[in-house]
Design a protein around this ligand. Structure first.
Ligand SMILES: *Cc1c(COP(=O)(O)O)cnc(C)c1O
Length: 361
């Protein structure tokens, strides 16, 4: 469970890049947005946001949705019939954080592939696909997470994306990219969002992670796909009215906060380099590519939950415990570069503290 800010004052929050608050300029853009009825396709700001995303991703059509979760789940339900199978990495967001929605909403089974930091190979895809038969579930969809969140923000290389999606299409499957942090990969690698998106039948992006908007995500694909997606958006209660208020924040985010993602990557790399020197931390800082660092604590009785609680209580620093000994820290707009040495020192001090292994709270 995420510790509550009200329990302890949080000074530096590295729990997630979703914690950013809209800047004054973004709020101004929201306040002055032109609006209309989104459900009728008449909200000018939403339409402008969708035009921008279609151009960035090179897709025919797009739809604004409340969240990245809804993008994934609508995509799954459009691409799959009940009983179909979705191939994705064993660390993938829909498998862990979407309340079983692939089963509940699409009626689909998920087949988890054990990739490396969220990135799997074409051989693994070929091995996971069921041969067409009257008995096997139909392998219907391949889903790729860019960047791989629990993979420590790992970027899928473009060649790997091309090879796994080519294999999926060869097997008669469709391919979806969960691009919640696609633009982190774009900034880290220099590969364009269009090139990353081209091999996929559908792509989602999140406006509320590193881009810093308060609400919203966009799902894109061809006209037929988006028409079907719209039916589910309506059915599941995701259609909106004057959504220009949030679309304006999305436009602001995509025009002002995209290139500065490089700053977040620099902060995370610095943090990784600093904590990796500690003997109880298992982390290769050269594996850090974007704004997320995931590391293990070892040779100590301290659990990740203990460490996160102590950091919060002792230093007002919040990071996430993502396993018994796994810590995740994420940088974003509201974390300063100057904060990073303080965070690293606090983590090392908490690990060195003798009382850690003996206290029982
Ligand atoms: C955050 C996230 C989502 C879900 O996005 P929400 O907007 O929080 O619903 C999906 N996939 C990945 C990889 C994410 O990190």
């Amino acid at each position: 469970m995420i510790p509550r800010p009200s329990d302890w004052p949080i000074k530096i929050d590295l729990y997630s890049d979703t914690l950013t608050r809209p800047s004054e300029a973004m709020r101004q853009a929201m306040a002055s947005a032109e609006v209309g009825d989104e459900q009728k396709g008449e909200d000018p700001s939403t339409n402008a946001l969708l035009d921008l995303v279609r151009e960035l991703l090179g897709k025919e059509e797009a739809v604004l949705l409340p969240s990245g979760t809804m993008c994934n789940e609508i995509a799954f339900a459009v691409h799959c019939r009940p009983g179909d199978e979705i191939l994705l990495d064993s660390t993938a967001h829909p498998l862990h954080y979407e309340t079983g929605a692939p089963a509940a909403l699409a009626g689909a089974m998920v087949h988890a592939i054990d990739g490396d930091h969220g990135v799997f190979t074409v051989e693994q895809v070929d091995a996971a696909v069921h041969p067409a038969s009257r008995y096997a579930p139909r392998s219907a969809l391949l889903s790729v997470e860019q960047t791989a969140n629990l993979g420590g923000g790992r970027c899928w290389p473009l060649e790997d994306i091309r090879s796994v999606t080519t294999a999926a299409h060869r097997h008669g499957m469709r391919a979806h990219m969960d691009g919640a942090r696609l633009f982190n990969a774009v900034i880290a690698t220099g590969v364009s969002a269009q090139d990353y998106s081209a091999p996929f039948d559908s792509v989602s992006i999140d406006l509320t992670k590193g881009l810093g908007a308060p609400i919203g995500a966009v799902l894109a694909g061809d006209r037929n796909f988006i028409e079907e997606a719209w039916r589910l958006k309506q059915r599941w209660g995701g259609a909106m009215r004057q959504s220009g208020i949030i679309a304006a924040a999305g436009i602001y985010a995509l025009t002002h906060n995209l290139h500065r993602l490089a700053d977040d990557h620099a902060k995370t790399l610095l943090l990784a380099e600093m904590v990796a020197t500690h003997p109880r931390i298992r982390l290769d800082p050269t594996s850090v590519q974007t704004n997320i660092v995931v590391f293990e604590i070892a040779d100590t009785n301290t659990t990740a939950a203990d460490l996160t609680r102590r950091l919060l209580q002792g230093s007002g620093i919040r990071v996430g415990a993502f396993g018994p000994s796994t810590i995740r820290a994420v940088t974003h707009l509201d974390v300063d570069l100057d904060d990073i040495p303080l965070v690293a020192a606090a983590i090392c001090t908490a690990l060195d503290s003798k009382s850690l292994a003996t206290q029982d709270d």
